[in-house]
Design a protein around this ligand. Sequence first.
Ligand SMILES: Nc1ncnc2c1ncn2[C@@H]1O[C@H](COP(=O)(O)OP(=O)(O)O)[C@@H](O)[C@H]1O
Ligand SMILES: [Mg+2]
Length: 233
Amino acid sequence: MDKNNALIDLNGIIKTYHVGTVDVHALRGVDLLIQNKEYISIMGPSGSGKSTLMNIIGCLDTPTSGIYKLESELVHEMDDNKLAEIRNRKIGFVFQTFNLLPRASALHNVELPLIYSGVSSSERRLRAEEALEKVGLSDRKDHKPNELSGGQRQRVAIARALVNRPSLILADEPTGNLDSKTGEEIMEIFGRLNKAGNTIILVTHERYVAENANRIVHIHDGNIAKDEILVRN
Ligand SMILES: Nc1ncnc2c1ncn2[C@@H]1O[C@H](COP(=O)(O)OP(=O)(O)O)[C@@H](O)[C@H]1O
Ligand SMILES: [Mg+2]
């Protein structure tokens, strides 16, 4: 793999949490290269370090040590303001629990990241409507989260992740709270987004979900145990 134009280049990433007098070694020296437009799953059992790795890749957290380059920018050296700016500009997040504002409409939930980026209200509305259309929810834009099904809520969350037009989408167990048929519908959306040019990093503990990607990075006890390229017929 070509290190020079990698989108993500992680080198010797260590993350240690200090809880009271105990050190928790969540990541023990992760090396990982991810190219632009890849669709990759990070798979491993509960507690293996998947979310920790995703939070570092997503600039939500910084490593205890190691080097992280995102499009050649040195993320591990950035302060909180710079991290927030990178997140807002480059990365869309999707979580297992949707994380929507309960009292706001689907449209308003999707508009939120644009408020933080200082986009005008008319432009916000346009772009939020466009993002909702991409996930097939134009007819639900005035509904609040409790007036939507689980799958529809996750689609609102995906639209919110897309609204800043990020190149990188990070999804942490996005089907974890959904039945399997609804989960498949959500996975179809990620497949489409990848074909349209987005890089997708999907975190899951389930093999059949991980297999939607083209590559599975297996993580065990804070280490990469196996890097598997999936060959399709
Ligand atoms: N904020 C935190 N403080 C202390 N320990 C943590 C924290 N986040 C995660 N851990 C610990 O780090 C390890 C990896 O956790 P995590 O990355 O959430 O795993 P996964 O997402 O694979 O279930 C676990 O042992 C977990 O208990
Ligand atoms: Mg997790």
